[in-house]
Design a protein around this ligand. Structure first.
Ligand code: DAH
Length: 340
């Protein structure tokens, strides 16, 4: 029996010597010290040992048990230390590896121009409104004083959708929608997409406008000139020459287009491509709101007056960034977009 015990002890310690993982060590513990383990089996056999030998034998069994338990402790410490250094090695960070630069998004040039213009007008006390892109004929045309046979309603320009409605051809219908809901004084701008059946280097079937209008008692053409000159100079240059040139829009009377002095040729004209030799560049349409428009929304044109304007966002962006093809804005070519 003593020999059996010595063999068990030697085998257990040898096994523990080579066990590398916590689970292997646990298996060894179960094999020798578990309820059905080898050492436990010997202990159960103590009954057969003669009473004289029993104390010495009992002491021996206990000593071996303690030795095996100690061996398990040592093995566990070793296995855990090895596991820890394996993990540390695998998680090591090389702080000298060059970093990867994150890709930075940019704001689309049209959004930049829109934000800039909205900022200018909000600074002048305007608030921002929105309207639907699918409009009815009444808001897009009729209330804006377009006669029924006006060429702007022609199939060539307007994109018609089901139910007699149209894709709005300009942001001016937002004027009507706001005035139908609210009473003067009003100082409002509206931005958004507009649609026309037109496509070439300077026209896109979908484009963007910024609409603005101001209505109160006693608003004059001087207010129009003051507000628009200020806005345009903030956008282009503080000292840029500005002129108002007579024009026509159904919803304004009188109407004017606003030109700025050509910044490409210094308003010298000549063979300048930017201003086609005129020295002036057209920037927006504007005018005093027509009395018929006020009547359509239930305002008394004897009581209130106002001005309105419409700005083509693509046009401004093309001028400002000297872009000669409008399609670049919608091509999603990163080589283009990353320049802004
Ligand atoms: N709605 C016009 C267009 O799309 C632009 C415009 C001109 C708007 C004069 C206005 C305005 O409010 O007063 O061509």
């Amino acid at each position: 029996m003593k020999e059996d015990l010595e063999n068990i002890r030697a085998a257990a310690l040898r096994d523990l010597e080579t066990a590398e993982t916590e689970s292997a060590i646990e298996e060894i513990r179960v094999r020798y010290l578990g309820r059905k383990g080898e050492l436990t089996a010997v202990l159960r056999g103590m009954g057969k040992v003669s009473p004289e030998e029993r104390p010495a034998m009992g002491a021996l069994v206990n000593r071996i048990k303690q030795e095996v338990e100690g061996g398990i402790g040592t093995s566990l410490d070793r296995a855990r230390a090895a596991e820890r250094s394996r993990r540390v090695a695998s998680e090591r960070i090389d702080v000298t590896v060059p970093g990867r630069r994150p890709q930075l998004g940019r704001i689309h040039p049209l959004t930049q121009i829109t934000n800039e213009l909205v900022g200018v007008f909000v600074g002048l006390g305007f608030s921002v409104a929105e309207g639907p892109e699918v409009e009815d004929d009444y808001h897009n045309f009729e209330a804006l004083n377009f006669p029924a046979d006006h060429p702007a309603r022609d199939m060539q320009d307007t994109l018609f959708v089901e139910g007699g409605r149209v894709m709005r051809t300009h942001t001016s219908p937002v004027q009507i929608r706001v005035m139908e809901e609210r009473k003067p004084p009003l100082q409002v701008i509206a931005t958004g997409a507009t649609y026309r059946h037109d496509s070439d280097a300077t026209h896109s079937p979908m484009f963007h406008q910024i609409e603005g209008f101001m209505v109160d008692q006693g608003i004059t053409f001087a207010d129009l000139k003051g507000v628009l000159t200020r806005a345009v100079r903030e956008l282009f240059a503080a000292d840029c020459p500005v002129r108002l040139r007579p024009s026509f829009f159904p919803f304004t009377e009188p109407s004017a287009e606003l030109d700025i002095g050509c910044f490409a040729c210094g308003a010298a004209g000549g063979a300048c491509r930017m201003c086609k030799g005129t020295g002036w560049i057209e920037v927006l349409g504007s005018g005093m709101i027509d009395p018929n428009v006020f009547e359509a929304v239930g305002y008394d044109p004897e009581q209130v007056s106002g001005f309105a304007f419409g700005i083509g966002v693509e046009r401004i962006a093309m001028l400002k960034y000297e872009i000669d093809d409008i399609r670049l804005f919608f091509g999603n070519d990163l080589r283009f977009l990353e320049q802004f």
